[in-house]
Design a protein around this ligand. Structure first.
Ligand code: NAI
Length: 467
């Protein structure tokens, strides 16, 4: 047995990485274990970052091919070089993961490659090529998540894919069936539709992005239809009917209970993710999980075993990189004797389709269900001078505020650059601003941010550029 470490982190994604950095900067000796070749977890290696690279590249291509000419820009022949796009994506990933390694080196964090598992309270064992045991005063579990399977549709990495393979195709498929109309399905479905694939999305519920405000899902569906994506809502896959060299045939129950046969060259299964907690030594150590397989934690991110903490996709809450990172900071501060805190009511959600979708706080459906009286202000991008100039006319800003106090309770955006615009709404809600506060703040003209100002003014009962 070697010397006792202060903090051993299992998992180098946005939760574990950030916790390690913050803890090291607070003076703790930190060791991080990850079995992946590069730091950064799913997010940097096979998730957020590579998907954003492909989303940007495919959107540039789509615009050059279909959007420029009407604005007076003739490009001649536009071609997508998929190999070069994939190399660009990998370079983005490489630079991002190298950045984390550099920060770790500077912060003096020890990185151990391998698979870590609990071997008891305060004890972590390394399994694999060079087994070892590490004693630790504190252990942080940040193992992330893995794709959820559809039992009748086992993925094979060749014709039936997870997001990992769908981010690394060597050729543009003629057709793709996307199972799941959530974030991954719509982002990756958009990438391939823009590059020329005939994309069909199958969603078992009656709307896209079912966890967000309903108007976002229905408006996004209209936009993505224009991109050529076909949707089957309220449709459940019941079986794999046939596998051919040229593709796969699936059977499904349609919205009216009718039998539907769907065929495509490739299938992407994107029906959610589940905690990556198998073989972590949880049960043997006394770390409890809930019925969904998530590690049970208290308000200080401590598991049912003192000294063992957990954050990110493996615990309750939305599976978002920024949620994991905030928890990472908070748990590091807690372990260092400070007061760690995460404001879960102001966690933004973003979907990087075009138009982008972004949301924070409560949806209209949640407010209605809780019986809270609210006001609503909506402003369309169509009425924004900035949006007209760039031709980004789709979408709206919706601000929901308390009927009595006018405090902002939710902001839901669809349109150009909403992924970045939502930050303003998060700040406003963090400081418990009213819709009138946000509406009266000076916004530069002409900017996309004015849609948020105008929607806030409308919610506050003071509409300006609305008839
Ligand atoms: P998701 O939970 O966003 O969407 C899954 C969808 O699949 C839901 O609409 C669900 O109703 C549907 N579904 C479930 N079972 C089905 C079935 N058998 N047939 C048809 N539809 C079915 O999950 P997704 O898209 O896989 O993403 C996983 C996680 O990764 C999410 O928590 C998401 O928030 C996160 N993520 C976040 C991103 C972002 O912040 N931009 C990007 C990508 C992923």
């Amino acid at each position: 047995m070697e010397e006792r470490r202060e903090l051993v982190v299992i998992g180098g994604g946005p939760g574990g990485d950030v916790a390690a950095l913050r803890a090291a900067r607070l003076g703790l000796g930190v060791t991080l274990i990850d079995e992946r070749e590069n730091l950064g977890g799913t997010c940097l290696n096979i998730g957020c970052i590579p998907s954003k690279a492909l989303l940007d590249l495919s959107e540039h291509y789509h615009l050059a091919k279909n959007g420029f000419e009407k604005m007076g820009i003739r490009t001649g022949g536009v071609e997508a070089d998929l190999g070069a796009m994939m190399r660009w994506k990998q370079e983005v990933v490489k630079r991002s993961t190298q950045g984390v390694s550099y920060l770790f080196k500077k912060a003096g964090i020890e990185v151990v490659r391998g698979r870590g598992r609990l071997a008891g309270p305060g004890l972590v064992e390394l399994v694999g090529a060079s087994p070892a045991k590490l004693e630790a005063k504190h252990v942080l579990l940040a193992p992330g998540s893995i794709p959820t399977a559809v039992p009748v549709l086992p993925t094979d990495g060749r014709q039936i894919l997870t997001s990992t393979e769908a981010l690394a195709l060597e050729a543009v498929p003629a057709s793709m069936l996307v199972i799941g109309g959530g974030v991954i399905g719509l982002e990756l479905g958009s990438v391939w539709a823009r590059l020329g694939t005939k994309v069909t999305v199958v969603e078992m519920l009656d709307s896209l992005l079912p966890t967000l405000d309903r108007e976002l899902g229905s408006a996004l569906q209209r936009s993505l239809k224009k991109l050529g994506i076909t949707f089957h809502l309220s449709t459940t896959i019941t079986g794999l009917a046939e596998r051919k060299d040229s593709g796969v045939v699936l059977e499904a129950n349609g919205a009216q209970g009718e039998q539907v046969r769907l065929e495509a060259e490739l299938v992407l299964v994107a029906v959610g993710r589940r905690p990556n907690t198998a073989d972590l030594g949880l049960a043997e150590t006394g770390v409890l999980t809930d019925p969904a397989g998530r590690i049970v934690i208290d308000e200080h991110w401590q598991t049912t075993v003192p000294g063992i903490y957990a954050v990110g996709d493996a615990v309750a809450g939305p599976m978002l990189a920024h949620k994991a990172s905030e928890e990472g900071v908070a748990v590091a501060e807690t372990i260092a004797g400070k007061v760690g805190h995460v404001n879960y009511t102001t966690l933004p959600s973003v979907v990087y389709t075009w138009p982008e979708v972004a949301s924070v706080g409560q949806s209209e459906e949640q407010l209605a269900a809780s019986g809270r009286a609210y006001r609503k202000g909506v402003f369309p991008f169509l009425a924004s001078g900035r949006a007209r100039a760039s031709g980004d006319l789709e979408g709206f800003a919706k601000v929901l505020s308390d009927e009595q106090s006018d405090e902002i309770l939710g902001v839901h955006l669809l349109g150009a650059r909403c992924a970045d615009l939502i930050a303003e709404a998060v700040v406003a809600m963090e400081y418990r601003a009213s819709a009138e506060d946000l509406g009266r703040i000076v916004h530069a003209h002409p900017t996309y941010s004015e849609v948020l100002k105008e929607a806030s003014l409308a919610a506050a009962g003071m509409p300006l550029h609305l008839a």
